[in-house]
Design a protein around this ligand. Sequence first.
Ligand SMILES: [Zn+2]
Length: 1019
Amino acid sequence: MKFRLSLALLALGSASLAAQQTFVRDPKIAIDQDYTAKIKEYTTAPYFSSPLVDYLPASKTVPTPKAVLGDVAGAPGRLPYAEEVYAYMRMLEKAAPQRVKVLSIGKTEEGREMIAVLVSSDANMAKLEENRQRLEKLGDPRTIDMDDKTAEALVQQSTPIYYLTGTIHSPETGAPTALMELAYRLVVDDHEYIKAIRNNLITMITPVIEVDGRDKMVDVYKWHLAHPGENWQPLVYWGKYVAHDNNRDAMGATLKLTQHVIEVNNHWHPQVLHDLHESVPYLYDNTVGDGPYNAWIDPMLADEWEMIGWNNVSEMTKFGMPGVFTHGNFDTWSPGYLMFVAALHNGISRLYETFGNAGADTVERELRPDEYARTWYKQNPPLPKTLWSQRNNNNYEETGVLTALHYFAANKQLFLRNFYTKSKRSILKARTEGPAAYVLPADDPHPGLQADLLTVLQRQGIEISRATAPFTVTLPVKRTRPRTDTPTATTASAQRDASAEHAGGPSAQETPKPPAPATKTFPAGSYIIRMDQPYSRIADALLDYQYWSPNDPQRTPYDDTGWTFPELFNTQAIRITDVAVLDAPMAKAADVRVKGGLQREASADRSIFLVNHNADPALVTLRYAFANASFDAAEEPFDAGGRTFNRGSFVIRNVAAADMQKAAADLGLQVTAVAAAPSVKTHPLRAPRVAILHTWLSTQTEGWWRHALDDAKVPFTYINTQQVSKDADLNATVDVIIFPPVGRGTDAIVSGMPMWGNPLPWKKTAETPNLGAEDQTDDMRPGLGWSGIEHLQQFVRRGGLLITAMDTAELAASTGLTPGLTVASRQRMRIIGSVVRSKMVDATSPLAYGYTDNLAIWCDQGPIFNVSNIFGARGGRRLGPDDGGNRPTGRGQQDDVDMPQGRAAIDVPQEPRVDPWQATPVTIEQLRNGINVIPPAMRPRTVLRYADTRDLLVSGLVENGNEIAQHAAVVDVPLEKGHVVLFSNNPIWRGETEGSYFLVFNALMNFDQLNAGRKLDPK
Ligand SMILES: [Zn+2]
């Protein structure tokens, strides 16, 4: 903290910063008396406002927000829909076309428009495109031959763009009205302070980022106004797919809102992206926040955060506004936040948390002691208790933003020069910082997943090249530290793990030889992500590994700690530091799709087609594209048509060759037509009827699953827990029920919300026209109930498949659905949104089709599975000679057998070795009247397990990982005629884990064949 503070002071001292202009109200400038009076009326105390916003300038030609709102911005009881906000922005454009331009920037998943509004002086707006082209050159210094003199001339001529984005989080409702009023001020106000902004800056505004969620939120708020004294609906849906996680999508860019903001960013080249949120009192400029900072940003950016953040606090503190601060608990590690579109594209990311009331009611607010305490970075803290209004919130948002805009405008050349320097350093990165490039090899066994990863990079605006000939590079010698067990792994169980790991071979005893530098030759067609391009930093951040030390002083990571995309996409990206890679023969690759097609064996009559299974999501698309055709899965690998096919590969009949040809091309799949089906054992591969099950508590995490199924064109019905509680014959309509993680635990899923108070409808009605698009209910409160559990159990017993993950797996395990599988409680383990290693246990399970060993999976605190052959037992191992020396006290050394005296020696039976992912073999004693012995065919079948403790961490934070190491991660539990599949990891997460999607897709297509390949225990 101290270090960072001094850094800030240094920056302020050394840079030639323009002095902050003091705002002085000019009595000659007419003000809108009515509007100004209302501002005063709705502000609950004078110190919750500032001289910048306690008046509104008058205009004879330009309408104020009142024209649309019927009242002032931030008025109680008034929350505009997105369309109303747009209508106002377009009124501004119409009234002052020389200063305002409204752009349509795309549509949301539900078809609503997104806009960006540009506001600046007449002179700036007249040369908007010329200016944009100058910023483009500064943003890509290759276009000016990296020439600093040319850049300086451009800096002198250019006007920077400051991009403000509002209400990405739908219950954070204040930004749209604040931004409407801000736009008005910037257009009409002739105070020197505002003119300095208008003349030196282009302000760009997207007043509503989450448009689908905004309209739902306004519906809910209006319902609340119409039902005084009643509780109102929690906002269970925001966008079509996800809620709060819409601000965790800046890596995968899976959602339309992220894609559109990236497009705007990469076209207009704004210097700042400033995202407006609401949570803590009263204005937390969380840009500075706390460490650890993201490790891939240009260090200059951290300095810019300090400069702007501290200026903001300083100016608002001078106004006497309490509760303004910039340090806090927010770490800036994950680049998943929307603002990181700027941070890793050479701009400046900023984020405000102001204090909102989740609506426009004026209400008494009571703070926690930690919220109103004075700290070293919060000298004028918020008040313990206060009457708070939406207008107060708008005052803070607008004052903060105006202060920042003014500071930025006053120092525009400094920030433009920084923008150029950061862009230039991103290009120099290949040779200065490294790496030089990442290579995605042409011979990757997962070309479809590779193409999907490249598509993510393309969405980020990253240039992709492709080698036109083979090339060779020197690989760096990896400096490895001597491997010891982690200091935290000293418990008895960890020692057991360690001894088990070392049991297989002598390698642990050998002295390691220092590795020699090696060269590697990549084939023609390999993709090269050069690090000498303007957006190298976002590519590096996505493709690299992350390490969060368990000893980091930051004990509460704000979000995921690891995200390595190539690992999670089950594809290779090799970090190359040898700059020779930059001279490899290559061409820009615009089209990264896989060239699919139909190959024909000489004698093939083209009625039998083979497709190799490599866990490419396109394979499930193919299955459903020909839902009525005959698909079979090979239960073993085989050779045919001159190539080798993996276990699980498709044997397809009853598809016309022309249709198959087209599908193969569209989906980027290699299909082989053969004369005769291979002799390998097969079973039918289905296109089952799938349902995704959701609660009324939270739909955000299952939303990512819906998105993945929609993306893969897997049709599904969308059902809720209340329907399941009433439907005693689920098998009539569905074969597979997917119950993705809820994040609330068993109690809440079963019970729902408390039944006191009034019903909470979530329905499309005249009163709430924007609700109910995804699903509807008369009352959100009831949960799954015990009848729902019973119906799910019946569904499985009759042959259905239930797929669960994380807390829904815990629900299944704790309600009798998974005989032999239990969940152990965590002790000191911390795995916070990390990438971890799995190991293959049973490659013959259909769940594992298309996979090889060592798949990386995304894990967030387990759960920890134990398996047993005994009903009601909780797993675990018998003590024995293998068990860390737990032999009984007696004669001899630790590994000797004790020898009772006074009788002949007898052989002590060797205790079978049992690992944590296995069940202890059934004993003769247990089989006597073995009521609780689970029949061999009904026992849990572990398919994937977590890796050993020392191999567990791939990226992120793993502390005390020994608690989950080696435990089962993906398990198939038979229950009479059906199955429950349980994931301890989350296989479908934020569009970042495509590599593990097929574990789920395999389950779907093999739902009635999951016992294939199973070897049963002898007893
Ligand atoms: Zn927020």
